[in-house]
Design a protein around this ligand. Structure first.
Ligand code: CDP
Length: 241
């Protein structure tokens, strides 16, 4: 973010890939793609390819982390070595630990954990291909996978970023926009109440720009939510289990 470059990120209202300032990248969401997991989801979001798998509620291991009041939720965001241009060193790093922590906290706001004391619910997200916005794509996939597993939730979690490139506030930054733009603001909400469950900022914005980016990312979330519902509906129409 904020790297100096001669690339003109926005010209006559059009972005590098031809999108307008308020446009999302193409997104496809499919629920129930893995047989061994209790719930799963595959998301393609621009150049991102993300697979989410959910297990549980199941026996809580190690036992000492169990709670008699609620299920323990775990979230692992992991980038495949081949997901980025320079090979990603396998295993957790500071970035993936941070993303896992905040994504878990976002999901804890919706899953009815109190219904399943002494158990655990495990969410795994594998980034197969990364092209900016993976934490949003991952969380979007994870909440569909939780719903696909039949785990009761207050709402889905829907995520989308907005940011600033070439002096303008735009929706859903692509890779070059993320690298050479001024700011990136990933946001996750509960679509029914518009409650914000994740909000970060990389780069710098004025308070007015920030408000605009936040409103735009919430608009983006609303569109993503429709695709999440469609994926879950298709799963039941197809009748696979
Ligand atoms: O993916 P997201 O925008 O949520 O997170 P980021 O930390 O802002 O990373 C932006 C992009 O940088 C990722 O989507 C990857 O395409 C790329 N990246 C990379 O090439 N190598 C890494 N180790 C981490 C990120």
């Amino acid at each position: 973010m904020g790297m100096k470059s001669d690339i003109e990120l926005i010209k006559d209202g059009k972005r590098l890939d031809g999108r307008g300032v308020n446009d999302l990248r193409p997104i496809t969401i499919k629920a129930g793609v893995l047989e061994r997991a209790d719930g799963s989801c595959y998301v393609e979001w621009g150049g991102n390819k993300v697979l989410a798998a959910v297990y549980g509620p199941q026996e809580c291991l190690p036992k000492h982390i169990a709670s008699p009041h609620r299920a323990v939720l775990t979230y692992r965001y992991n980038m495949a070595p081949f997901s980025v241009e320079d090979r990603k060193r396998p295993g957790p790093d500071r970035r993936s630990i941070e993303i896992s922590k905040i994504s878990k906290e976002a999901l804890e706001r919706v899953v009815l954990l109190e219904k399943f004391p002494n158990t655990m619910i495990k969410v795994f997200v594998e980034i197969l291909q990364a092209d900016a916005g993976t934490r949003c794509a991952a969380l979007t996939a994870a909440s569909v996978a939780l719903a696909d597993a039949g785990i009761p939730m207050r709402d889905l979690v829907t995520a989308c970023a907005a940011g600033k490139i070439g002096g303008e506030i735009v929706l859903d930054l692509g890779k070059k926009e993320d690298n050479f733009g001024e700011a990136d603001v990933p946001v996750a909400i509960l679509p029914h109440t518009k409650e914000i469950v994740l909000m970060q900022m990389d780069g710098q914005l004025t308070p007015e720009e920030y408000r605009k980016a936040l409103d735009l990312s919430i608009d983006g979330c609303t569109k993503v939510y429709e695709l999440q519902k469609k994926a879950l509906r298709e799963r039941y129409v197809e009748g696979v289990d």
